[in-house]
Design a protein around this ligand. Sequence first.
Ligand SMILES: NC(=O)c1ccc[n+]([C@@H]2O[C@H](COP(=O)([O-])OP(=O)(O)OC[C@H]3O[C@@H](n4cnc5c(N)ncnc54)[C@H](OP(=O)(O)O)[C@@H]3O)[C@@H](O)[C@H]2O)c1
Length: 305
Amino acid sequence: MKKINIGNGAVSASEIALGCMRINALSKTDASSLINTAIESGINFFDHADIYGGGKSEEVFADAFNMTPSNREKFILQSKCGIRKGYFDFSKEHILNSVDGSLKRLKTDYIDILLLHRPDTLMQPEEVAEAFSILQKSGKVKHFGVSNQNPMQIELLSKYLKNKLIINQLQFSITNTGIIDSGLNVNMKIDPSIVRDGSILEYCRLKDISIQAWSPFQYGFFEGVFLDNDKFPELNTKINEIAAIKGVTNSAIAIAWILRHPAKIQPIVGTTNPKRLKDICAASGVELTRQEWYEIYMAAGNKLP
Ligand SMILES: NC(=O)c1ccc[n+]([C@@H]2O[C@H](COP(=O)([O-])OP(=O)(O)OC[C@H]3O[C@@H](n4cnc5c(N)ncnc54)[C@H](OP(=O)(O)O)[C@@H]3O)[C@@H](O)[C@H]2O)c1
């Protein structure tokens, strides 16, 4: 598994990460099998959030992972805060409480990276800055980032933060290409030309903020998986054709497509199936050609100008 540098060398991470949103449904044995497969495949990065499974995902992970101090040091644990039942909350009090909850559930005394999960328009950046300073000084959090934020939101926060934001986690997959569409269709009188995210891809690259791709196999907003799905016949034909050429599964091609982008986007894969995870990790050894990458983009229904 290839590594990527996050935050200008602050973190050396596997280029594919395991997302733990769905592991609350697993038994300890099944969760151990998934985590061990991840580790054997070269994954050293695990993505969590305080809300996954209502907190159960972090608990299941800690039990299955065998959270001893020496085990803990070898891996990067990321968690998120800021989503509450029915609203968003970036208050100092909530951020601090949320981290304490995650630390308890994860059975660890520090989180490597804390992300603000989804923008809270009632945010007061001074409060966030205070919370982050307390967390860093106490050693509870090493690095900070955001999720689902646009460039001006990151600029606003950064004006107040002492800590550099090193990650922005965004939805990105072959069927959710919002972050690249407008850049391919500049100044056209068509829908894909509309900049909905403030040019977040280019901004993150300029600022050395690593992008993580959440839900890399889903279409829409958790509507289902696009692979082997009759709704996407042309896309599946193209992916299967390239998978046969490369000698890997269609899942690996879907991830290789994300990895091929020079922004070094880190896919956060959410499978709970060890066999599938192993297949997905084969993506790290696949290099799509420029032509293959564009063919897949267009087979998903996109047009080039
Ligand atoms: N920042 C945010 O706002 C945000 C939002 C959502 C998610 N996330 C993060 O992103 C991670 C991934 O999200 P996700 O689980 O929605 O993403 P995903 O990897 O796109 O989807 C995984 C789901 O698809 C199923 N699946 C069916 N066929 C598959 C195939 N051929 N290949 C791969 N998966 C297949 C999996 O089932 P099996 O388990 O049976 O394989 C699993 O239920 C989460 O764990 C979380 O860490 C972040």
